[in-house]
Design a protein around this ligand. Structure first.
Ligand code: UD1
Length: 419
């Protein structure tokens, strides 16, 4: 199993180009099941989750050409589709459940494996299922699979989500875009990736309009057209490298990201003391010797993302005083804490709050990655330690960070993969 060897305490400086967004590419790829026309997608990130979603599309019968660097795909024929998503392809990637909505919308039936638990929390899909039921879907769960069907077509309706959920909003937007009649979805998640999904479906002929901050109106259509679409950049990857920039003495230029979509993160980093210069699609950041402690809660967009909580925690370990992070999205997303404490951090967990004492000098250690974002937080900590660190179980990291060692080496980090 691959591991990462990291030697820290080097001055990091230079440029990092942000890849395409994983969390936008996944629902967009799932939504291609709706159409039988040609679809060309560019700016996909070359990461494991996208590879898994493409395998899933292949297993159900889509034919496509993937570019050599796996960053663009031409989906050519999309006629005989199996409406079955097996466990072995859905188990490592929860976004597999996103094929349920488009399968039901186009073919009226689906058998999709439940994604199962996950290390950051139980992550149920009840909101997806109950909302699809409002469109006329009947379902039962047998042996870990959702068996679902609809008589004739999905029927558009009004749905108010009981809780803000990224995945449920995506599944329903995709399903409603091919349902009969009009749907109005309220209390939607409004992450930029959801806006990107809507832009994609509209580009292939969908009729979706935002009519309120968290409300979307969808006229169902029967047919789509050929489409070329460029997926947005990854704001979580950008936020991760910004946090690294706020910890380093050198100047980092984060390129290919629109600063407007990460305004919350930028404001917080400025508050902590980072020096930031913004332009149209570039952010220049350098750290400050004095990092201020803060109190912060994770929240749905436009709040501070749970997906950057672990990375921010590493930065706050370096603050002059103490900080508090409250995790409001997932119930078990502090697994990086014990590893960070082994590296010298002084973090105490009380329910969903982490109390982070500052002035930490991280020491190198042998470490274990526990989930995607936790893995990268360990790398950030290891990059500030004088000693060597070895990080194992980095398959988590490969799910979502494209060429991370290469990007980090380019800015002066000493990091290598050992197989
Ligand atoms: C997506 C992101 C993930 C991010 C998360 C929150 C993708 C592929 N993944 O995950 O990186 O951390 O949003 O921003 O885009 N919930 C239910 N029932 C449901 C669905 C969700 O109770 O049917 C709960 C979840 O357990 C969680 C909360 O709602 O506590 C938010 O989850 P959700 O927004 O759905 O996250 P994902 O779509 O799984």
């Amino acid at each position: 199993m691959d591991r990462l060897e990291v030697f820290g305490a080097n001055k990091l400086k230079g440029q990092i180009r942000i890849s395409g967004s994983k969390n936008a590419s996944l629902p967009i790829l799932a939504s291609t099941i709706l159409s039988d026309k040609k679809i060309y997608l560019s700016n996909l990130p070359n990461v494991k989750d996208i590879e898994t979603m493409i395998k899933l599309l292949k297993s159900i019968g889509l034919t496509f050409k993937l570019s050599k660097k796996r960053k663009s795909i031409l989906i050519e024929k999309n006629k005989k589709i199996k409406t079955y998503a097996p466990y072995n392809l859905v188990k490592t990637m929860r976004a597999g459940i996103l094929v349920l909505g488009p399968m039901l919308a186009r073919f009226g039936k689906a058998k999709v494996s439940l994604p199962g638990g996950c290390s950051i929390g139980t992550r149920p899909v009840d909101i997806h299922l109950k909302s699809l039921a409002k469109l006329g879907v009947k379902y039962k769960i047998v042996d870990g699979y959702v068996h679902a069907f609809v008589k004739k077509k999905l029927k558009g309706t009004k749905i108010k989500f009981p809780k803000i959920s990224v995945g449920a909003t995506e599944n329903l937007i995709i399903a409603c875009s091919m349902a009969e009649g009009t749907s109005i979805l309220t209390n939607c998640a409004i992450e930029p990736e959801i806006k990107d999904l809507v832009n994609f479906i509209n580009a292939m002929g969908g009729k979706i309009r935002w009519i309120g901050k968290r409300t979307v109106r969808i006229y169902g259509v029967n047919k789509f057209n050929d489409v070329y679409y460029k997926v947005m950049s990854d704001r979580i990857e950008a936020g991760t490298y910004l946090i690294l920039g706020a910890m380093s003495e050198g100047v980092l230029k984060i390129q290919g990201i629109n600063p407007k979509i990460i305004k919350t993160e930028i404001d917080i980093l400025k508050k902590i003391g980072a020096k930031i210069i913004l332009s149209k699609d570039q952010i220049i950041i350098s750290g400050s010797k004095k990092i201020k402690g803060i109190n912060i809660k994770t929240a749905p967009y436009p709040g501070f993302p749970s997906d950057l909580q672990a990375q921010l925690m590493v930065l706050l370990c370096k603050a002059e005083k103490y900080s508090v992070i409250q995790e409001k999205i997932f119930e078990n997303r502090f697994m990086h804490v014990s590893e960070l404490n082994r590296m010298g951090a002084k973090i105490i967990i009380k329910k969903n709050k982490a109390i982070i004492n500052g002035n930490t000098k991280f020491r190198g250690a042998e470490l274990m990655a526990t989930d995607l974002r936790a893995s990268v937080s360990l790398i950030i900590a290891a990059l500030t330690a004088k000693e060597k660190s070895i990080i194992s179980r980095i398959y988590h990291l490969d799910r979502g960070y494209e060429k991370i060692e290469k990007k980090l080496r380019k800015i002066g980090a000493k990091i290598r993969r050992i197989s």
